[in-house]
Design a protein around this ligand. Structure first.
Ligand code: 3PG
Length: 332
């Protein structure tokens, strides 16, 4: 049932001012093909309710048409990895803000959003710990031969290379150090170099240096034009003997043709990913226990990460409508 709030309400809306000077509330749609945990949805509902807004939920949808229908009267949209394409944006005439509850916003067509003046935000750091824990888990899982009988190896004392030293990468580095690893990191976008020093991490200046030095590479780079297919033959070939690459970022950052080729040429290398490669079936068939992919992206799938990211997304929307706060806008 719609909540009616007085017209004195600060935010000026273009639609739905009725005869009695009343205005319809903002409608916030949560559209999640992979739903949040129940407690996370409850947290969103509380924030939305306290703001006097209306909440609509579209979970586990199986067809794009359901999303197109649901966004038709939405003022704000919260998604996870759901694809917010130009078509979705065109189907949402009232839409003013999209919040990707999570870090990577490559699933949102920011160009189409910007053209319409729609603000796009992410919730940086909110699910970072969950992803970092999974990255470490995958390193250990692969080091122990995917828990099949046989002799594995320890990660302690080995060199860990963090490609992308943002919120997730920094936690991975901290945990790697706690496990006795020697940590190296590459992040050209970090200008305050004291971060590396303060965290006891060796900063490297190029991907070449990182890949040729480290026994483990943990990927935390975004799927931007710069980084699509960035992890290529040249970098993979340069890895030291027995190296393991762990991808909890995006499948697009790895050049899959090169991955197939180099894994075929180098029997010592291993690859574990949280985002199945397009060629995952071929990888599995050809390389068995040397490769692993989670069945469905697991990185942010913890109660804590769900709750934090979902609540932050709702709070950012309310704050945007009430105060104009755009702190986490990514399409500036
Ligand atoms: C992110 O970018 O935050 C992670 O990839 C999590 O994605 P998910 O919400 O679809 O699990």
């Amino acid at each position: 049932m719609a909540v009616i709030v007085p017209y004195t309400y600060e935010h000026k809306r273009e639609r739905a001012v009725d005869f009695y000077g009343l205005i319809e509330p903002m409608k916030i749609l949560v559209a999640t093909e992979k739903p949040f945990a129940k407690a996370a949805v409850e947290a969103i509902a509380k924030v939305v309710e306290e703001a006097g807004y209306e909440l609509a939920l579209l979970e586990k949808y199986t067809d794009k048409s359901q999303l197109l229908e649901a966004v038709a009267d939405a003022d704000a949209l919260i998604v996870r990895s759901d694809k917010v394409t130009a078509e979705v944006i065109a189907a949402a005439p009232n839409l003013k803000i999209v919040v990707r509850a999570g870090a990577g916003y490559d699933n949102v067509d920011c160009v189409a959003a910007t053209e319409r003046g729609i603000v796009v935000m992410n919730t940086p750091g909110q699910n970072a710990n969950a992803v970092a824990e999974l990255a470490l888990g995958l390193m250990i899982y692969m080091s122990r031969g995917t828990f099949k009988p046989g002799t594995g190896r320890e990660i302690s004392g080995k060199k860990l290379g963090i490609h992308g030293y943002g919120a997730i990468g920094q936690i991975v580095g901290r945990y790697g150090k706690a496990l006795g690893m020697e940590v190296y990191a590459l992040s050209p976008s970090i200008t305050d170099l004291s971060i590396f020093e303060n965290n006891g991490v060796r900063r490297v200046e190029s991907a070449e240096e990182l890949y040729k030095t480290c026994d483990y590479i943990s990927l935390h780079i975004p799927a931007t034009e710069k980084y699509k297919k960035f992890v290529d033959r040249h970098l993979l070939e340069s890895l030291p003997k027995g190296a393991i690459v762990v991808n909890t970022a995006r499948k697009e950052v790895v050049n899959e043709e090169d991955l197939l080729a180099v894994l075929g040429e180098r029997e010592d290398l291993k690859y574990a990913t949280d985002i199945a490669a397009a060629c995952q079936a071929e990888l599995n068939e050809r390389f068995g226990n040397r490769v692993f992919a989670t069945p469905k992206k697991q990185g942010a799938e913890t109660a804590e990460a769900n709750y934090n990211a979902a609540k932050a997304a709702a709070s950012q929307i309310v704050d945007f409508f009430k105060t104009g706060n755009r702190k986490y806008q990514v399409n500036k």
